[in-house]
Write a protein that binds this ligand. Structure first.
Ligand SMILES: Nc1ncnc2c1ncn2[C@@H]1O[C@H](COP(=O)(O)OP(=O)(O)OP(=O)(O)O)[C@@H](O)[C@H]1O
Ligand SMILES: [Mg+2]
Length: 426
């Protein structure tokens, strides 16, 4: 933003400087030429003619000679007017004699007073622009000095400051250019700020991905370290159970808890399976059947009735059977956990547009929309005992073989998870 403000300022200042240069060049050229015309005229008027014209007016010979000079000058140079003014600021002779201004106070006294005063003080001067008859004019005054050096009067030459409209047009053009530049810079700045913001967002996402990967590695190491002592604990408890019938109950607890722990550890290890070599493909239908066989007892114990629709004989997909079982197991366990008092578990199998679809629907409480947006993020869980990795892992596996996992839920009605995998061509 600072860059944009600076750029606009620099543009404005350079336009202003350029305008100033052009203006002073045009002005000084105009002043030089007008001053030269006035000086030439003044050099040709004898000082004593002023006394004569003042004393005898239009009757005098001097009047005629001065008038001829001024009229000639006017027509030769194309200036607007030329006049002779005396030290009392009255017009003695005017090139436009038809005006009948002789003897009257010169109009230039009010229009170009300061410059006239300077000239009557003996110094040639050019006035600031003034308006007359709707036009911008400037007047140049050249003093006529007595042999003693005192200014007896001055020759005034007026000309239209034709450069002023040019300057106005230039000013307008520069302002327009300045505005367009400012707008362009503002647009550019907005684009740059947007690009920078999206770069920052990308960086944040990347660093989140890096954190996740680091967390994964840490989890894997930890889980691995736990796995071996756990196996020893379990083995020892098993032996203890055989050796000492007294300790049988305790030993069974130890074994059960060790099994539970090792499942958790396996799950965390799975989480860290980043960038592993893809295994051979499997069969979506076979893996589904194997998972349901595994869970048969569990379904019965929980009062869950299984309903199946469709059914595929062969469903080759890019995901291996172990991973497929992992996916189904996570989804079915979620469904069972959503129906603690039992209910119907509906499993559908179908093939659409070259994709194998397996849907798992429960009649549980459903997922509120704000939770639905977050499920599947690693470690996001609403369960006291949950790890929040089930859906994350399932989705990652499915996506790795070109498929997707879609979760649809209606609060109070239930949830349907659909796994879609492209059929693998032989
Ligand atoms: N079928 C479902 N019905 C209702 N809520 C569900 C269902 N499946 C998932 N959820 C919600 O999604 C969350 C995340 O599920 P996910 O399977 O990833 O982790 P979890 O089940 O909490 O823990 P675990 O790692 O043991 O599976 C759950 O905590 C639950 O709130
Ligand atoms: Mg789960």
């Amino acid at each position: 933003m600072l860059f944009a403000v600076l750029a606009v300022l620099v543009t404005a200042v350079s336009a202003w400087v350029a305008y100033g240069r052009v203006r002073s060049a045009l002005e000084s050229e105009f002043e030089r030429r007008l001053a030269r015309v006035a000086a030439t005229a003044a050099s040709q008027i004898e000082p004593e003619l002023i006394h004569e014209v003042r004393a005898r007016g239009e009757e005098s010979a001097g009047y005629l000679s001065v008038q001829v000079q001024l009229v000639t000058l006017r027509s030769a140079t194309g200036v607007d007017d030329a006049s002779l003014i005396d030290s009392t600021r009255a017009t003695l002779v005017d090139a436009r004699s038809s005006e009948g201004v002789e003897g009257l106070a010169s109009s230039l006294d009010s229009l170009a007073g300061p410059a006239l005063t300077r000239a009557l003080g003996g110094i040639p001067a050019v006035s600031e622009p003034f308006r007359r008859g709707g036009r911008a004019l400037r007047a140049s005054f050249a003093p006529i000095r007595s042999p003693g050096g005192a200014a007896l009067g001055a020759v005034a030459v007026e000309a239209e400051a034709a450069y002023l409209p040019v300057l106005d047009a230039l000013g307008r053009t520069l302002t327009a250019i300045g505005l367009v530049t400012a707008v362009a810079i503002a647009v550019l700045a907005v684009l740059i700020v947007r690009a920078a913001t999206s770069a920052a967002t990308l960086e944040r996402r990347l660093s989140r991905a890096e954190n996740l990967a680091a967390m994964g590695r840490l989890t894997a190491t930890l889980a691995h370290e736990i796995k071996n002592p756990l196996a020893i604990i379990r083995g020892s408890a098993e032996r203890l159970r055989m050796l000492d019938p007294e300790a049988q109950r305790m030993a069974t607890f130890v074994i059960e808890e060790a099994d539970r722990l090792s499942k958790t550890v396996a799950r965390y290890l799975q989480f860290a399976r980043v960038g592993e070599e893809p295994r051979q493909g499997g069969d979506a239908a076979t893996a589904l059947q194997a998972t349901l066989d595994l869970l048969e007892g569990e379904l019965g114990a929980r009062g869950v009735m299984l309903e199946r629709a469709g059914g595929l004989t062969a469903a080759p997909v890019g995901l291996d059977n172990e991973s497929l079982k992992q996916v189904y197991l996570n989804l079915i366990l979620n469904a069972l956990e959503a129906m603690p008092a039992g209910g119907r578990l509906r499993i559908g199998e179908a093939e659409r547009h070259g994709r194998i679809e397996v849907s798992i629907a429960d009649e549980g409480a459903g997922i509120p929309p704000d939770v639905l947006r977050r499920v599947g993020s690693p470690f996001y869980t609403t369960k006291a005992q949950g790890s929040g990795l089930g859906l994350f892992l399932a989705r990652r596996l499915v996506r790795a073989s070109g498929g997707d996992l879609h979760i649809q839920s209606l609060e109070g009605r239930g949830t349907t998870c659909t796994v879609r995998l492209p059929r693998r061509r032989a």
